[in-house]
Design a protein around this ligand. Structure first.
Ligand SMILES: Cc1cc2nc3c(=O)[nH]c(=O)nc-3n(C[C@H](O)[C@H](O)[C@H](O)COP(=O)(O)OP(=O)(O)OC[C@H]3O[C@@H](n4cnc5c(N)ncnc54)[C@H](O)[C@@H]3O)c2cc1C
Ligand SMILES: NC(=O)c1ccc[n+]([C@@H]2O[C@H](COP(=O)([O-])OP(=O)(O)OC[C@H]3O[C@@H](n4cnc5c(N)ncnc54)[C@H](OP(=O)(O)O)[C@@H]3O)[C@@H](O)[C@H]2O)c1
Length: 273
């Protein structure tokens, strides 16, 4: 990274799961190792090809060092046990400014990655031994994969239910990985659900938006645990509309959003937009 080169990292690998969904592995230059808690995020940046060149007569432009970056936040999907690089689970948004550029990258291409990791969407303050209900839509499952992978068999939860809502079966990017972990560990229940898969498809699993599965009776029947605010913490990640609706429904059951006024709250969320 210099005055004219804003890049400090390299995309070392990409795994394309379908044409609009990929896992990117990014390594920071200089052998920097990351310390972070599962659930946190960082910022990726790529040079904005549409930005006008720096104008020495404009104060705003003079403040800018080098080319202008487009920056976006991404949750870390890998475990902090992996020191060499970070993984990000990303969907290519239609006509998305940053993801269009990201999709053009090949392994070995440079990128900006903020070494400062941020975010409070973590399990650190949740007492051990609770039931954890993780609800993700689309790529919102990424930080849950980091949590699951890191804390599995560490006594962090009594039971863990991961509820993942996607449009199509092909969008369940971590399906095989989560199924394998859930098959090996009876404390984990994985409930993937799809909303747009054609009815004649070879999918015998759940269908419909996550809210239907968060209905208390249905949830108990599918997961074996009760949505009981005394024993449960619920974590929501992805679509802000999903989060708003889930918070409204869960608050009627007695769940309380964790915030400054309610540091012991049992409802946690990360909005992606
Ligand atoms: C804390 C945080 C963590 C995030 N982590 C991730 C992540 O791990 N993976 C990821 O794919 N995105 C993540 N995002 C979203 C990401 O920052 C970008 O907004 C997204 O990649 C779109 O950027 P863009 O410039 O291509 O599209 P833009 O031109 O910025 O278009 C944004 C629009 O795209 C839609 N959109 C944005 N993100 C998503 C998404 N993830 N799924 C569905 N629709 C979306 C919304 O309608 C939004 O208004 C995160 C956002 C935040 C705030
Ligand atoms: N998924 C693809 O096949 C695909 C392909 C190319 C490009 N893209 C682009 O990628 C972007 C994101 O797509 P995405 O599928 O990852 O994310 P998404 O649109 O957030 O959808 C993910 C899941 O969340 C559900 N959902 C949406 N709003 C909800 C709410 N209020 N409550 C509960 N569930 C809710 C969706 O159900 P519904 O189906 O009912 O909305 C879907 O099952 C879009 O811009 C899309 O155009 C997607």
């Amino acid at each position: 990274m210099t005055e004219t080169n804003p890049y400090n990292a390299v995309m070392i690998e990409r795994e394309d799961l379908n044409e609009a969904l990929a896992v990117f592995k990014i390594k920071l230059g200089g052998g920097h190792a990351f310390e972070f808690s599962p659930g946190q995020f960082t910022t990726l940046g790529l040079i904005d090809p549409d930005a006008p060149p720096a104008n020495p007569n404009s104060p705003a432009s003079r403040r800018r060092r080098g080319p202008k970056l487009i920056r976006r936040a991404y949750s870390i999907a890998s475990s902090p046990k992996i020191k060499s690089h970070l993984e990000f689970y990303v969907v290519r948004v239609d006509e998305g400014k940053f993801t269009d550029l990201l999709w053009k990258l090949k392994p070995g291409d440079p990128i900006f990655m903020d070494p400062k990791i941020k975010g409070t969407f973590v399990l650190d303050d949740i007492p051990d031994g609770k039931d954890l209900v993780m609800v993700g839509t689309g790529t919102g499952v990424g930080p849950f994969w980091s949590m699951l992978n890191t804390y599995q068999r560490a006594g962090k939860w009594r039971r863990l239910v991961l509820l993942e809502g996607c449009r199509y079966v092909r969008d369940l990017g971590y399906y095989d990985r989560v199924m394998k972990v859930a098959a090996e560990d009876e404390s984990i229940v994985y409930l993937p659900t799809v909303t747009r898969e054609p009815g004649d498809a070879l999918w015998a699993g759940l269908r419909g938006r996550v809210h239907g599965i968060l209905e208390p009776e249905k949830f108990k029947q599918l997961s074996g645990i009760s949505l009981d605010p005394k024993r449960c913490h619920v974590l929501l990640c992805g679509s802000p509309q999903m989060i708003d609706e889930a918070c409204e429904n869960l608050s009627k059951l007695g769940f309380v959003t964790k915030d400054r006024e309610h540091p012991d709250g049992n409802l946690h969320f990360e909005r992606y937009w």
